[in-house]
Ligand binder design. Structure first.
Ligand SMILES: [Mn+2]
Length: 195
């Protein structure tokens, strides 16, 4: 069963997450940050990973700790659910178009965390949400999930579309990377013999 669940509590946030890599894209998300909930719903829906997130954070300060810590917890859950990565495709990539936004994601479930982020949002905010937090989320996800993650905006002028297309592009690339590769059976997809 490629599932994981965990809780993470600090002085700033209290977070519970559960994921199922072999899900159908169901989500149950409550972070207290409306736009972020909308994005995490997209992440589940388009990765076909079932995702539950319950977060209580210090939103009286701002959304930063909550968004970052959800990224940490989801990354940790992803790494846990992947286990030794036997039989998976490992790599994934996708070009996702959404209205004006065209985002390319390429990723490797490498255990060598790295984020290349080229997402020049034209505005600092989407409603009350700080657009810089999109990077914070994916940085935390990449580090704690062991992902080499490249996200590049090829075109876009609407921040909501750019962010949403970004989440969907990562979701589709992740869907491909975590999928069992029927030609690989139980092998670990690396010449090193471990990932
Ligand atoms: Mn939307």
């Amino acid at each position: 069963m490629r599932k994981a669940s965990l809780s993470r509590t600090t002085n700033e946030t209290k977070i519970t997450v559960a994921i199922n890599l072999d899900g159908t894209g169901q989500s149950d998300i409550q972070t207290g940050v409306g736009f972020f909930d909308h994005m995490l719903d997209q992440l589940a829906r388009h990765s076909l990973i079932d995702i539950t997130v319950k977060a209580t954070g210090d939103l009286h300060i701002d959304d930063h700790h909550t968004v970052e810590d959800v990224g940490i917890a989801l990354g940790q859950a992803l790494a846990q659910a992947l286990g030794d990565k036997r039989g998976i495709r490992r790599y994934g990539s996708f070009h996702l178009a959404m209205d004006d936004a065209l985002i390319r994601c390429a990723l490797d479930l490498s255990a060598r965390p790295f984020l290349v982020w080229n997402m020049p949002f034209p505005t600092a905010k989407i409603g009350t949400f700080d657009t810089e937090l999109v990077r914070e989320f994916f940085q935390a996800l990449a580090i704690h999930g062991g992902i080499t993650l490249h996200v590049d905006m090829i075109h876009g002028f609407n921040s909501h579309h750019i962010a949403e297309a970004g989440f969907k592009a990562v979701a589709r690339a992740l869907r491909e990377a975590v999928e069992p590769d029927p030609r690989r059976s139980d092998a670990i997809p690396s010449t090193k013999g471990s990932l």
